[in-house]
Ligand binder design. Structure first.
Ligand code: AVI
Length: 324
């Protein structure tokens, strides 16, 4: 279900150029371009979501456990940036696990506003937080958090704190990340605080292993996109003729995931045929990595003032407090 939250992300400015939001139109558009590409938002069908949850538990995939450790270790310090009677607004609530750490550590929070595209999923999560934390007003908003949405009227006069963990912002092209932060500022209003989790640039071998794990789970996650196109769009991709590729692109400071064709072939999907050269790839995801300074510069360009940063001992991951 976490995937449904992520499924609305505008992962790339190029995606905006696609004719419409339908999967078929997107595939026809992206595979028709050179180089070929697909938006990472289509990873997250039910199987892709389950595989992503598996990724978060892999020994090589450090981001999830490192961010949870920072949140747990620094919860009181982070909580000091949350004003009295504040409303915590979580953008794209895939799971409430991380927000609960802040809610537990911050008795001054009066309301929790999880924002997610999936109303049904939100209702379940909201009910469970309500049950566990009856002192907090839980006010879910079913909306695409990358677009403009209205906050609940009940929090109109309360200080607002945005929460965007998981380094999900790294899956946005940098100009889209800045635009998202700008819009979050408009929605939360002046004086708002934002707490954002972002993965850091580090040793390339560590990065490469995190996206190309020994057990092949990330490979299955990437290749599942072909299975999904076969099932939903009548595709005839032969999965044995494609392989997962993931590598750190140091120039653009991002992990790139690709699906590489292992031979010259013609594939039919969404009623169209596409030629693949031997070794040609489809770019399926970018995961941008930042330094503390480069993320602060991005936030500043979007109108936010860096207020504090927390990181782990190895400086693998960072949590930022920003002020608008
Ligand atoms: C969801 N997102 C932050 C993950 C990331 O690390 O970019 C998606 C992912 N792709 C492969 N592994 C994990």
């Amino acid at each position: 279900m976490a995937a449904l939250a992520r499924s609305v992300l505008r992962y790339s400015a190029r995606h905006e150029a696609a004719a419409s939001d339908s999967f078929a139109d997107h595939v026809i558009y992206g595979l028709g371009e050179s180089p070929k590409w697909l938006s990472a938002k289509y990873f997250y069908d039910a199987a892709g979501s389950a595989l992503f949850e598996e990724i978060t538990r892999l020994p090589e995939y450090y981001p999830t456990r490192t961010e949870l450790k920072i949140l747990n270790d620094r919860a009181r310090e982070i909580s000091a940036f949350i004003p009295l009677a504040a409303a915590l607004v979580e953008f794209g609530t895939g799971s409430t696990k991380k927000a609960r750490i802040l809610l537990d550590a911050s008795p001054q929070i009066s309301a929790y506003v999880p924002v997610d595209i999936s109303a049904e999923f939100l209702a379940q999560e909201a009910a469970s937080v309500r049950r566990d934390m009856p002192r907090i007003a839980v006010l879910p908003v079913a909306a695409d958090f990358t677009r403009d949405f209205d906050l609940p009227a009940q929090i109109r006069n309360r200080p607002r704190v945005g929460f965007f963990p998981g380094s999900t912002i790294g899956n946005f092209e940098p100009q889209d990340a800045a635009e998202f932060l700008r819009q979050a500022g408009r929605i939360l209003g002046s004086g708002a605080t934002m707490i954002v989790g972002i993965d850091l640039i580090k040793d390339e071998a560590v990065l490469n292993r995190a996206y190309d794990d020994a057990a092949g789970v990330t490979a299955r996650f990437n290749l599942n996109l072909l299975t999904r196109m076969n099932r939903e769009l009548g595709g005839d991709f032969d999965l044995s003729t494609f392989r997962h590729r993931a590598f750190y692109n140091a120039v653009d400071r991002r992990i790139e995931m690709h699906l590489e064709s292992l031979r010259a072939q013609t594939v039919t999907v969404a009623g169209r045929t596409f030629q693949f050269r031997n070794g040609e790839t489809v770019h399926t995801e970018s995961s941008y990595k930042y330094t503390i300074e480069s993320f602060r510069a991005l936030a500043t360009s979007a109108g936010w003032r860096p207020a504090a940063v927390w990181t782990d001992e190895r400086h693998y991951f960072s949590m930022h407090a920003l002020k608008f």
